[in-house]
Ligand binder design. Structure first.
Ligand SMILES: Cc1cc2nc3c(=O)[nH]c(=O)nc-3n(C[C@H](O)[C@H](O)[C@H](O)COP(=O)(O)O)c2cc1C
Length: 195
């Protein structure tokens, strides 16, 4: 699955030099879609998107600013319609427009880019966001919720979309289990030197 999250204790981990400065200024930028979604092979209507729940666990644990990416043309609450739109957008290498003004990321050291995985990649709107900003010199940490694909293509996607950034270890949490991910989130935050 390639899942980067873990409940394992930290003892014994090798300690590579960290790209994250002490007292790093952190932005969490995420896209999350409520509505009908995949759920253990079936479907369930989510009041709050899985990635938004995960971002809540992160913001409870570290000092950070949070920016929610809103689609100018909102995605359907219908799962199949969203799957079909995403296939069209991936095939066209589209950059779906963002409705809200982009944040100024100049003063952040670390940017967490959060989303679900759509057809094994972050939704194309994450590409819009990443390519519209200058990540030079920053650390980018992929944060993903998924059904089966683990972290999928997120690290490669952000490597391509954020030239000049260091892409650090990502966090991947299964969407259906996101509300129980507190231990994994804490462990990952320690691993990437944010806690
Ligand atoms: C259009 C669409 C495509 C998806 N494709 C995948 C996929 O390829 N692999 C996977 O593991 N999960 C896939 N999922 C499941 C989502 O990644 C998962 O439910 C995620 O937690 C959704 O995040 P969100 O609720 O924050 O939007 C897909 C969901 C949708 C709506």
């Amino acid at each position: 699955m390639g899942c980067a999250s873990s409940d394992e204790p930290e003892a014994g981990r090798s300690s590579a030099p960290s790209a994250v400065p002490r007292d790093a200024r952190v932005l969490v930028a995420y896209f999350s879609r409520a509505g009908e979604n995949y759920h253990y092979g079936g479907r369930r209507v989510l009041e709050v998107g899985n990635t938004e729940v995960l971002v809540g666990l992160i913001r409870d644990r570290i000092a950070c600013d949070v920016y929610r990416i809103e689609a100018a043309e909102p995605y359907s609450e219908d799962y199949d319609d969203t799957v079909a739109r995403n296939v069209r957008e991936q095939d066209a290498d589209a950059r779906p427009a963002i409705a809200n003004p982009l944040p100024d990321i100049a003063h952040y050291d670390v940017v967490l880019l959060g989303s679900g995985l759509w057809n094994v990649r972050p939704p194309m709107i994450m590409r819009t966001f990443a390519e519209d900003l200058d990540f030079t010199g920053k650390t980018v940490l992929p944060v993903v919720t998924y059904a089966v694909s683990g972290i999928g293509g997120a690290p490669d996607e952000y490597t391509e979309a954020c030239p000049g950034a260091t892409i650090g270890d990502g966090l991947a949490v299964r969407g259906e289990e996101v509300r129980d991910a507190g231990v994994a989130v804490t462990s990952w935050l320690r691993r990437v030197d944010l806690r």
